[in-house]
Unconditional design. Sequence first.
Length: 155
Amino acid sequence: MKTLVKANGLFPTLESKSMSHFFDDFITKDLFDWTDRNFAALGSNLPSANLKETDTKIEVELAAPGMKREDFKVMIDNNILMISSENENEKEEVNKKENYIRKEFNYQAFSRTFSLPETINENKVEANYKDGILHIVIGKKEGEMRKSLKTIPIK
């Protein structure tokens, strides 16, 4: 087991690590890790998404519990699907007898974008929100079939 020791009078480090390793670990593991799991650590809310493509449609499911359908904005522009939301809540509690006022506010916002194939039909788009999941179905153009998977040999 490693113990903490005082280094330079300001920052603790592990006996087996130098001060530079302490900062390297902090910066490389936390600050520059922009994977989805880091958004929770930063206090942001980036909803998870499921994407499914068939020969006739593309389905997008976005997990966003606790919201209302009016909170979402869904747009398609140049084969880019954009899903965004802004939600602001404010509560105020006043108790004159106890002589205090408490005011709390909360602001949540997110934006997700997805590139869509050329075969989509922008006139065949449906969206609904139920049980905390935003479900979007985007139809494809008639006669436009998905190209089959081609394996490319490596020489």
